[in-house]
Design a protein around this ligand. Structure first.
Ligand code: 4AD
Ligand code: MG
Length: 433
């Protein structure tokens, strides 16, 4: 038997006979010539069968094989500029592993989004989804590499938790041996404990929010990477975050050219994503909105999606908005010592209308302030007792941030909606498949 080759590396086998194992994505019947497009998970290759030269059984099989049947195709690798990918397999043998039993639901024609999401388990096989999810994997690896190479240590935080991190309105409640428990909204509070023990840490895992609205950027289950470090300040956070986001963009540009082409992504905009990123205060962001959007925008209100778009349109790369009103943000944010009505927080807004992809800031290191904040935010003290301990035993200034993977993928790939950025999206109206 000939060597098994991956389509991704097929160029290395030019002139040799190899076997590709995969699925028939599509085919064209030209009578004496059969073209199959065979997909193996790493790419798609054209397999060509001539009636004159291919074995009779293989040729007959190619003629009648249903879409998405699984196959082993053997042939010589040839340069073929007209074939997608630049190479084709000139087939000398072919076997079906399984003939698809029914007509494949996703045909090459256009389908509506409802139908495609209902068939997500099959839709994942399409070239567009393939490109998006390979970029997702590359983004995740770039993040891990960046943090690992910059002295951050990966430490996992729990998913079942007794307390809220980001407000109580989006908690998913579950039962923990008869006690109420919540699916984590963020690993941050545990990260803070880890940072006091290990210095520079990060967690990376699924996080959950019962978002009661259907928007193009909210999922009920999403993945977040959260670095946290002792002795870090608001400025330190912005420096690490802009370094990481620039590294993500540059890595995808370098390693995922083909996928960006499949998505028809304008890469000139991604090329501009390099540190330093502009920084503007919440106050200045409000001025922009009043000038160019809503003249009555009230200081202290949160930005809506159109406001974020307006702000980010003023810049050619991601922009930090810092010093948000303290009232607007989570209980743990450190107030600015010179102006306590604003806090040492910042969000990173992505360009091209993608809005917030990172939230973070400097945490309050002050025990009494945090005790008062728990009361103010109507949070019970008991589940946070351990968190308050961190301010009793060697409390230090520290900072951290959370980057949402799906929103980052949506921006890098320029997608309309986050539902395509994760293999199986969970949203308010979506639990199947
Ligand atoms: O701004 P958020 O709520 O910040 C935190 O959770 C902090 N505790 C993080 C930290 O400092 N360690 O969420 C952070 C990011 C957002 O900027 C966004 O990218 C993403 O998480 N995010 C969501 N992504 C998809 N669907 C949702 N429902 C999301 N909610 C937040
Ligand atoms: Mg936020």
């Amino acid at each position: 038997m000939s060597d098994i080759a991956l389509v991704e590396n097929i160029g290395e086998y030019e002139g040799k006979t190899v076997t590709v194992q995969g699925w028939v994505a599509d085919k064209t019947d030209k009578g004496k010539l059969q073209f199959l497009r065979v997909r193996d998970g790493t790419g798609v290759i054209q397999a060509t069968l001539f009636q004159k030269t291919a074995p009779v059984e293989a040729f007959e099989l190619a003629k009648r094989i249903p879409q998405e049947s699984s196959v082993r195709v053997t042939g010589e690798v040839r340069k073929e500029p007209r074939a997608p990918g630049g190479f084709e397999l000139s087939v000398t043998d072919m076997q079906a592993v399984q003939l698809a039993r029914d007509e494949y639901p996703i045909t090459p024609k256009e389908h509506g989004i409802e139908f495609l999401m209902h068939n997500r388990h099959l839709w994942l096989r399409s070239s567009r989804q393939h490109a998006i999810l390979r970029i997702r994997a590359t983004i995740i690896k770039a993040i891990r590499d960046y943090l690992d190479n910059n002295g951050f240590m990966l430490l996992d935080t729990p998913i079942l938790t007794p307390a809220a991190v980001e407000g109580t309105t989006t908690l998913f409640q579950t039962d923990f041996y008869g006690e109420p428990a919540f699916l984590t909204q963020s690993g941050q509070l545990y990260n803070e404990a880890n940072a006091m023990a290990f210095g520079k840490v990060y967690c990376f895992g699924p996080t959950f929010r019962a978002e009661k609205s259907k928007t193009r950027r909210h999922l009920s289950e999403f993945w977040m990477v959260e670095p946290e470090w002792a002795f870090g300040t608001l400025d330190d956070y912005m420096r690490v975050a802009e370094g990481m986001v620039s590294y993500i963009a540059q890595t995808v540009l370098e390693l995922r050219k083909t996928e960006l082409q499949v998505l028809e992504r304008d890469t000139s905009l991604l090329e501009k994503v390099a540190a330093p990123f502009p920084r503007i205060s919440y106050d200045d962001a409000v001025k922009i909105i009043r000038e160019k959007g809503d003249p009555n925008f009230k200081w202290g209100d949160d930005f809506g999606a159109p406001d974020e778009t307006l702000i980010s349109e003023q810049f050619d790369r991601p922009v930090f908005v810092h010093h948000y009103p303290t009232e607007m943000k989570a209980f743990y944010m450190a107030p600015d010592p010179d102006r306590p009505e604003v806090c040492l927080s910042a969000d990173l807004l992505a360009p091209e209308g993608y809005g917030e992809i990172i939230g973070g800031g400097q945490r309050s290191a002050d025990l009494e302030y945090l005790e008062a904040q728990l009361v103010k935010h109507n949070l019970p003290r008991e589940p946070y007792e351990w968190y308050l301990d961190l301010r009793k035993y060697g409390s230090v200034p520290h900072c951290g941030f959370g980057l949402g993977i799906e929103r980052t993928v949506a921006w890098i790939c320029k997608l309309d909606h986050v539902r395509e950025t994760i293999p199986f999206a969970r949203m308010m109206d979506k639990m199947y498949p």
